[in-house]
Design a protein around this ligand. Structure first.
Ligand SMILES: [Zn+2]
Length: 226
């Protein structure tokens, strides 16, 4: 693939034209599900649905779907302290996703609400690790710095376009190899999010596309990344 492309690290829309990792929540599909062509996907049990019962039901489906080469990541998975089952249960299901990411050699897309310390501690417990991406990052700079220090990649979404967004400053200082852009479930086109990000980082959209595309290539599309 030639650069520069618009790359969307995490989206819930299947019909956008950029190169994107389209999220599939395994709780929403059944055994008859066939992956639509010409897209890349992440697959996981969303933390709001995380339960042992649903995981056990989904396991054969994971085994089948993960054979498909268009699956480029495991997730979104994670811990959300404001929604879903107990933290204990969500953490247990998160670890199962992280193990799947190791087993299938894929990066992990993480939804995290008020559980950064737990996620950082869990990352430390995995020896041979795949890239861990915190999607929709929208919290403090001290947390961003801590996550980068521990090797996480942060993905920024539509919130960077809000005039008073505190994440602008974080994105402005993000290391080139430490971030992605996404639109998640926002209807804002990824091109608009790149425009905002380019303004924030005082770069051209093309330079930004090159930087993000390099990251996409290393994390999602290249074998043997570490
Ligand atoms: Zn999402």
């Amino acid at each position: 693939m030639n650069s520069p492309h618009f790359f969307n690290c995490h989206t819930h829309f299947r019909d956008n034209s950029e190169i994107a990792i389209v999220n599939i929540n395994i709780a929403d599909i059944d055994g008859s599900f066939v992956l639509p062509d010409h897209r890349y996907y992440s697959i996981g049990l969303h933390p709001w649905n995380a339960s042992t019962e649903l995981w056990e039901k989904a396991e054969p489906l994971f085994d089948r779907i993960l054979q498909n080469k268009s699956i480029k990541a495991i997730g979104e998975t994670g811990i959300d302290k404001l929604r879903g089952n107990s933290v204990h249960e969500q953490q247990k299901i998160f670890v199962l996703h992280a193990e799947l990411a190791e087993q299938y050699d894929k990066p992990l897309i993480i939804h995290c609400v008020r559980a950064y310390n737990e996620i950082i501690e869990l990352k430390k417990s995995f020896k041979q690790q795949r890239p861990w991406i915190i999607h929709g990052f929208n919290t403090k700079s001290t947390i961003a710095d801590k996550l980068w220090k521990h090797g996480f990649i942060l993905s920024f979404g539509a919130s960077i376009c809000k005039p008073d967004s505190h994440v602008k400053e974080i994105l402005k200082n993000a290391p080139n190899n430490g971030f992605f852009l996404e639109n998640d479930d926002s209807t804002m086109p990824i091109t608009d999010i790149y425009e905002c990000a380019a303004t924030i980082r005082q770069s051209s959209v093309d330079d930004l596309k090159n930087i993000v595309w390099d990251n996409a290539h290393n994390v999602f599309f290249e074998k043997g990344r570490s």
